[in-house]
Design a protein around this ligand. Structure first.
Ligand code: GLU
Length: 418
């Protein structure tokens, strides 16, 4: 399936092949499990504020349909490509299966740079993109959510466009909406809080104390910033963060309130003076207890894996570590890895709660949602740790094998049509 050729797709396939060997999955079943079931590419013509028309590329990939509708985010970023989206959809499948959600994985996006577009242009892109993929999504078909470069407002426009097409309000067509439109309490914070919860569980396992611990976070979007705030609230010192403009480092701990205040009036961390400027490469190799890549794929590679100086690598981003880096990290028992499909699963878990609440038109309070979220993550964490121990494999291989095995079992039981 060369249409998906992309370094990130190769990476997801590599991980899959390794686990398929470990689980002795019949070669006949492998391609069915690996390749996306459906993919849609659309041209999104949009009139810019200047009056000029620009055609953007839009994608939606649905990885497998064996356990229910598909689920996953919509990414707006200049690097969005079919193969990248396909890899992210595959990881959503394993993530949903690992956490027991009744979904297949999906992902989508538009190749664009949101920082260069006005709010009106973003609205027109979102509405036209939604219209182009409208028969491909739906509460029982495929349910988008936010990802890199999109947010609650994007989801509100998608929901509105879909609802106008249908003729009545359909909140369950997307998750990660504003709470006043049928969004779920706790959804905005869910991924970051989940990351912090799992870091806490890893610290217990390693007997590390919050009071003495330091954290470094790559990426200060929704996930990175909520993770930073939640870790800081437990006494962990956040000593470095970064965004597209580079990193800032303060060994005495960064003032997160001052950073949020800076970001109110500046688009990026550039110009913030409460720490030393450092590069992304320097940030990843700072000595710390907890390293949280919370940005894009393929950040930890064979070039820097041996230089990491953390105890816990908490993968808040999807696919931050390449298989070549994994081969190096596998030789480093000093490092506890919380693999992406476990680490950032809090987002899609609360998305599932949002979808259920929308379908039943009955909403839960935040305490109930957070309690259910932490129970789900605790189960997935234990299952992964136990599998890693019993099979003598890495945490990544353990998490992937639980997810892949569940999808495989579903496909086997349903059989092949016709
Ligand atoms: N984009 C998020 C992820 O990668 C959330 C997906 C969702 O909530 O459906 O997990």
């Amino acid at each position: 399936m060369t249409i998906y050729s992309h370094p990130t797709f190769d990476m997801a396939c590599d991980q899959f092949d390794k686990v398929a060997d470990l689980l002795s999955i019949d070669p006949q079943d492998r391609d069915r499990l690996k390749y996306p079931k459906r993919a849609l590419t659309v041209a999104v013509p949009v009139r810019l504020d200047s009056g000029k028309v620009q055609v953007f590329s839009g994608f939606r990939v649905q990885h497998h349909l064996s356990l229910g509708p598909t689920k996953g985010g919509m990414r707006y970023h200049p690097d969005v490509a079919l193969g990248e989206v396909a890899a992210l959809a595959m990881w959503m499948s394993w993530k949903c299966a690992l956490t027991g959600l009744p979904y297949g994985g999906a992902k989508g996006g538009v190749t664009c740079d949101p920082s260069q577009l006005s709010i009106n242009e973003l609205e027109r892109i979102t509405r036209r993109f939604t219209q182009e993929i409208i028969s491909f999504i739906g509460p029982q078909i495929d349910i988008p959510a936010p990802d890199v470069g999109t947010n609650e407002q994007t989801m509100a426009w998608m929901m509105d466009t879909y609802s106008i097409h249908t003729g009545h309000t359909v909140p369950a067509v997307v998750t990660g909406k504003p709470v006043h439109l049928g969004g779920s309490l706790g959804r905005r914070e869910a991924t970051g809080r989940g990351v912090a919860f799992l870091i806490g569980r890893a610290m217990e396992t390693l007997r590390l104390k919050s009071q003495d611990a330091t954290a470094v976070i790559q990426g200060f979007g929704n996930v990175g910033s909520v993770t930073a705030g939640t870790l800081a609230s437990t006494g962990i010192k956040v000593i470095a963060i970064s965004d597209v403009s580079g990193g800032i480092h303060n060994p005495n701990g960064l003032d997160l309130n001052a950073i949020h205040a800076h970001l109110q009036s500046h688009p990026t961390l550039a110009g913030y003076t409460g720490g030393d400027r450092i590069s992304q490469d320097e940030l990843l190799t700072l000595p710390c207890d907890i390293l949280v890549p919370a940005a894009l794929e393929r950040q930890i590679t064979e070039k820097n894996a041996h230089l990491l100086k953390c105890r816990i690598l908490a993968e808040a981003a999807n696919g931050p570590t390449t298989p070549a880096a994994d081969a190096i990290l596998d030789q480093r028992p000093d490092l506890f890895i919380i693999p992406d499909i476990l680490c950032n699963a809090g987002g899609v878990i609360v998305s599932y709660f949002e979808w259920v609440q929308d379908l039943q038109s009955f909403f839960w309070d935040e305490a109930e949602i957070m309690g259910k979220l932490y129970r789900s993550l605790e189960n997935a964490f234990r299952h992964t740790v136990n599998t890693a121990r019993d099979r003598q494999v890495s945490m990544r291989t353990a998490a992937l094998s639980i997810g892949i095995q569940r999808v495989h079992q579903a496909k086997k039981s349903r059989g092949l049509f016709p």
